[in-house]
Design a protein around this ligand. Structure first.
Ligand code: DCP
Ligand code: MG
Length: 433
């Protein structure tokens, strides 16, 4: 367990701040001193200008610990304390996740099951029970909404909450985060890690700092220092390949990144270069977007090896289509009549191609046929490193054909950067405008 050293029962006065858990003696609080102390929190620094950017927001990122495996250990006490993994069993099976006991043997998400078994012969391998995990996800959503309606799920087990204004009238975001963690422990018998900061990029990184079962806050006045020391592969959007490229040009951490100019970064990383330029300066104004507000639903995959054949690209397009469909099915109310394909090439340049129709895109056949037609317009002389598909809901119009920037609101579900597609999880994007 990596809990903050000073997590200890909080004062009665503080407990009363959150009305729905007034008589819970086991509640814990944040450290009372240091950079993670709530008093030193976002409130004190809330209007500090960080290179001209607003730092008044209070964003929490919650990520469940070893989610599928933890649910299995919760539901079967005999599995507690054992190295447990959830994943496929066949010769090509892949691990979805592993308990922290199993991680000590080097078993982790996306590892081939055969290798996992070699590393940990006593591994208990379980088949996933998606319905149960989805049920927990629904409980989490309900719980989060007790605090704010600005909740944005990135995947089945992680979400951003904007608690700048919140329903419980609590000023300190870290107190809210701690209360949520405590309630998850008591009501769901699971543990979660939380990150708190003034923007999404930093809140997400913060939640990894004290995993599992921990809480970490990055205050605006500490952000620059934190970012400067952050290893480059921890930056949002930097997967193994991009990290390698960064190191090749002498960028090992945020401090190095900051020395590069915007033209230098865009020449190396295309449109993503601007994002890296801004992250290095602690700039990330992206709002927490609820699915309700989303103007588009999409997902994308980055490939370990650039795709060089027509067939390879079509196979991957098929997988992206299935993932998009799964997402659309979860949001049946969403009616998207424009389908957009994004292709990013080996040289980091990217294009988008869209097509609109009268009826919403809702079936595999509709999406796949149109997506293949869009893909046939892409340049096939260059290797493809990423394919994305999204459905948005503008009114029907003639086919568009434009190279515009893909929305920035896309998320890495694997937590491993953009380069390694997860077998189960793709990046998803919610677009607001
Ligand atoms: N998952 C998956 N395939 C992957 C990664 C994850 O099927 N390659 C599933 C299983 C995980 C769940 O998604 O339990 C959540 O993913 P996380 O990346 O948050 O991983 P965990 O919650 O398992 O562990 P952590 O404690 O590192 O968050
Ligand atoms: Mg998790």
């Amino acid at each position: 367990m990596s809990v903050e050293a000073s997590e200890r029962p909080t004062s009665a006065a503080k407990i009363q701040l959150i009305p729905h858990t007034p008589n819970n003696p086991a509640r814990k609080s944040m450290p009372t001193r240091g950079e993670n102390a709530p008093g030193a929190g976002l409130e004190a620094a809330k209007c500090l200008p960080l290179h001209g950017m607003d730092t008044y927001r209070k964003i929490i990122h919650i990520d469940m610990d070893a989610f599928f495996a933890a649910v299995e250990q919760r539901d079967n006490p005999a599995l507690r304390g054992l190295p447990v993994a959830v994943g496929g069993n066949g010769p090509r099976g892949v691990i979805s996740t592993a308990s922290y006991e199993a991680r000590r043997f080097g078993v982790h998400s996306a590892l081939a099951t055969a290798i996992a078994r070699r590393r940990c012969p006593q591994l208990v391998l379980l088949q996933p029970r998606f319905d149960v995990y989805k049920g927990v996800n629904a409980q989490l959503a309900e719980l989060f909404h007790e605090y704010t309606d600005l909740v944005e799920f990135l995947s089945i087990d992680e979400a951003f909450l904007d608690v700048t204004e919140n329903k419980v009238g609590v000023e300190l975001a870290s107190d809210i985060a701690q209360d949520i963690r405590q309630r998850i422990r008591e009501e769901l018998q699971l543990t979660a890690s939380a990150g708190v900061s003034y923007c999404k990029f930093l809140a997400k990184i913060a939640s990894e700092q004290r995993k599992p079962d921990g809480l970490y806050t990055i205050h605006p006045d500490r952000a620059e220092h934190f970012i400067a020391r952050l290893p480059i592969d921890k930056f949002w959007g930097v997967g193994p390949k991009t990290a390698e490229r960064m190191r090749y040009i002498g960028v090992f951490n945020g401090g190095d990144l900051r020395k590069l100019t915007l033209p230098q970064l865009t020449s190396h990383f295309g449109k993503q270069g601007r994002m890296f330029y801004e992250f290095a300066r602690g700039i990330d104004p992206r709002p927490v977007v609820t699915e309700h507000e989303a103007k588009s639903i999409g997902c994308e995959r980055t490939f370990e090896k650039d795709l060089r054949t027509e067939m390879g690209a079509i196979v991957e397009l098929y997988h992206v289509t299935l993932e998009l469909l799964e997402r659309l099915q979860r949001h049946k109310e969403f009616q998207g009549r424009t389908l957009t394909l994004k292709v990013k090439y080996e040289d980091f340049s990217q294009i988008t191609r869209s097509v609109s129709q009268d009826k919403p895109f809702s079936t595999k056949e509709q999406i796949l046929t149109k997506a293949k037609a869009l893909l046939s317009k892409a340049d096939r002389t260059k290797g493809i490193r990423l394919i994305g598909l999204s459905v948005s809901n503008p009114a029907p119009a003639e086919t568009e054909n434009h190279d515009r920037q893909w929305v920035q609101l896309s998320f890495d579900f694997t937590g491993q950067g953009t380069d390694t597609p997860s077998p189960k999880k793709a990046r998803s994007s919610l677009r607001k405008n």
